[in-house]
Design a protein around this ligand. Structure first.
Ligand code: CMP
Length: 177
């Protein structure tokens, strides 16, 4: 209930999601996801602080800290939604508790609640562009434009990836909230 993207869910939807997801604990220094690994789960931070490290230059040697995650934040959504390998490594900076949500746990919900998929997509686009901005020093306008382009591209990819699940305009019209 405290998690922003799930705030609009009804009681029975929260109930069914909470029965499916798995709580996991990590120690300081553990990597929860590793760059380039395949990934079918996303995670929600329940307790702790995590850092996100990306190889912005793509040279395989330089890693930059691009983000930090605190309780209520989610990560791992990029691979879950697009089928692409992990774009970054996420490491526990303190002892951490997360909820793991697999693609099969959430796909029905995403089909029924396209607003959640859209919100996650926005965050994905913001993160990608923020990483680009860190690398390329983009101006404010370029940042805005890139975020919009990425969000549009991602929605296209997600529709392909979740084909048949109804993440489309019709589904948006059916949404209750
Ligand atoms: P994914 O690519 O599946 O795995 C690595 C995760 O790191 C990615 O999903 C995002 O959830 C997260 N991530 C990438 N860049 C950032 C960023 N700039 N800020 C916060 N999280 C990020």
């Amino acid at each position: 209930r405290r998690i922003d993207i799930f705030k609009s869910l009804e009681e029975n939807e929260v109930e069914s999601l909470s029965q499916r997801i798995t709580q996991r604990q990590f120690k300081t220094g553990d990597s929860i996801v590793k760059k380039d690994d395949p990934g079918e789960s996303m995670y929600i931070v329940l307790e702790g602080l995590l850092f996100v490290y990306a190889d912005l230059e793509g040279d395989g040697t330089t890693t930059t800290r691009v983000g930090k995650l605190i309780p209520g934040d989610f990560f791992g959504e990029m691979s879950l939604l697009t089928g692409e390998p992990r774009s970054a490594t996420v490491e526990a900076a303190t002892d951490t508790i997360v909820y793991e949500i697999t693609r099969s746990d959430i796909e029905d919900l995403l089909a029924q609640r396209p607003k959640i998929a859209n919100r996650i997509t926005q965050v994905v686009a913001q993160r990608r562009v923020s990483n680009l901005k860190t690398r390329d020093n983009l101006s404010h306008e370029e940042h805005h434009e890139e975020t919009k382009n990425f969000a549009d591209q991602l929605l296209g990819k997600m529709r392909g990836f979740f084909k048949g699940l109804g993440i489309d305009r019709k589904a948006s019209c059916r949404e209750r909230v």
